[in-house]
Design a protein around this ligand. Sequence first.
Ligand SMILES: Cc1ncc(C[n+]2csc(CCOP(=O)(O)OP(=O)(O)O)c2C)c(N)n1
Ligand SMILES: [Mg+2]
Length: 744
Amino acid sequence: MEPAVSNARESQPATASDGLGERPRGQQQLGPRQMVQIYRLIYLSRRVDDREILLKRQQKIFFQISGAGHEALQVGAALALRPGYDWFFPYYRDRALCLGLGVTPTEMFLQAVGAGTDTASGGRQMPTHWSSRALNIVSTSSATTTQVLHAVGCAGAGRYFSRHPEAAARAEGDYRAFRDVTFHGDEVALTLLGEGSTSQGEFWEAVNTASNQKLPVIICVEDNGYAISTPVEVNTPGGNISRLVANFPNFHFAEIDGTDPVASFQAFEAAAAHCRAGLGPALVHGHCVRLYSHALSDDDRLYRSQAEREAGALRDPLILMRARLLREGILTAEEIAALEQSLDQEVAEAADIALAAPLPLVADIARHVYSEDLDPTSSSFATEQAAAPGTVTGGRAGNAKSVEPRTMADLINACLHDEMRRDPRIIVYGEDVADASRADVLAEAKGKGGVFKLTAGLQREFGAERVFNSPLSEANIVGRAIGYALRGMKPVVEIQFFDYIWPAMHQIRNELAPLRWRSNGQWACPVVIRVPIGGYLSGGAIYHSQSGESIFTHIPGLRVVFPSNGLDANGLLRTAIRCDDPVLFLEHKRLYRETHDRAPYPGPEFAIPFGKARIVRPGADLTLVTYGALVPRALQAAERAHREHGIEVEILDLRTLNPYDWEAIAISVRKTSRVIVAHEDMLSWGYGAELAARIADELFEDLDAPVRRIGSMDTFVAYQPILEDAILPQPETIFKAIVDLRAF
Ligand SMILES: Cc1ncc(C[n+]2csc(CCOP(=O)(O)OP(=O)(O)O)c2C)c(N)n1
Ligand SMILES: [Mg+2]
């Protein structure tokens, strides 16, 4: 098999198909041919917009948003950078950029009509939500600003591969077989956003890391003075983003007239040179103009004066560039008219092709929600039998020779050590996960390795480039992980407490989970997010006791794992890391150091497939479906029910919540005809509601009693232990439900 690795010294020309042909590298002046090309792209972009507006009015397409007024800035960027070599994280206005990089008008119209042959998304996304694997244009979402963190992660991945080229090699047997890597060593990641979108925290979180790590990322702010109807001074104190960011170290800054394509090109050339030289990131702030309303559904006459609209029209880059071609004698009026006519023709033909294109198939809707290549429920992950208890060879768990039982914390730590040894694409980061960011202290200090010490010793063994502390910023952690993963790396990140996952929720719900589906399988980001979860801590209170797994199982595209003991955690984490889907790996804090269910280290190949429940206790009278910290509590209750009433309860530990083992549930319920679903999370709208509904629906004939659910009270978790005990389900609660349901 050929390794899919490009050498840093190989230079790569622009792709032949892009809109600009050969790029004028390292050149500050543009020749007449390029000036014509610039005009061509600006005109083409405007005409595609105008044709789409017409199609929308004719109800042949369903959404339209234009780049009118932004084209010059974007063409300058396209001219200075290299498609298929550099990386691009655009937003919805970047039509001229994408035309300049090589997306064709036909492809744009195919997306507008929602064709099955839409190359960006197969009819799944709105128009102008770009994606091209060949050109390194990463699938765009509608959410403003999320892409900026992806670009930062992407730039980090490029740097990582250039320093560790061996990590890019293809490997069989895990996700790497499907995640080919290309890198060059001096590539740049360009991301673009509107000035209003700089108000999002994610903009500042991205600027933070780009600056701190001197990453080769260009952030372009396309400042048209409005965010829908909200003028710039409302979003940006003082009305100018350049002034606010000016003190971030390592940045190259440029504030330019974004209606001037030559000034724009020169700014991006300088920005790219700064990035490629390894000096740090760049921010290009282009003042442009929004010539049309925000989108076709908006009417800017409702909030803008006529004088302002007229002044904006005078800055139209199309008119300015046309005048410049004439003034500088590059083209005559007749030549311009001929060029425009041929482009009009090209646009009309492209639209006609799209209108005749086949529609997407309803039968394909579910494709690419998850990996089509690697199934984590498959038998290739069922290595439980093959693995033999062995010695722990690293980390906290180990001074080598023991087969002594280990806690869940130790076995998770051991798995991380094993997998990092096996796979150089794995990086681990999060809040406080490093042993010590100031590594010289490790000569005398033991190191931190996470607030629960789950990542202890990883930095010591694998170095600070692979194991490091993130800023205190959850969206930053997950957003960057997406950027790393779509370059082929395997970020195994930690969110310090489930209670603080919420700042990352936007990235998880709107980016991490949908990326593969929305790009029709072109892009994927199989990140692992490890998260300590749950209560029963006696004093954890509202902000250190939360559950909430059903909120995540309600997200398509995301695997959710919730082990109840160390051995399962070890085997499931291995599957999570090796698989090709994003995984939320929930670790119950109360179980980290339990002594009763410790297990010997099972060796470095021990994996458990997803979607396979474990029968914790067999029984014929009643089925109890549960997971996480309720497994030991259910066991206590079941033993008591047996002792005191002779009831034989069958306990199923689901182990993974998405996918979950319906077959095991059905087999058990058919046998016992009575079922309780129990979880720690709140009862209402909880995970048990879905299971109970499905059991009632599909196993109605097999039931001798109603399906019962157990969960916590519908409140927050309180600090005072007597309140916590009353709020969370206890063995006593489960015991009573068992006896009650048996008697029904
Ligand atoms: C996170 C998020 N919040 C709100 C929206 C709705 N929305 C779409 S565009 C937009 C304004 C963006 O303004 P700006 O960043 O200045 O970009 P422009 O459209 O002006 O180019 C808003 C509020 C969104 N898409 N994403
Ligand atoms: Mg704006």
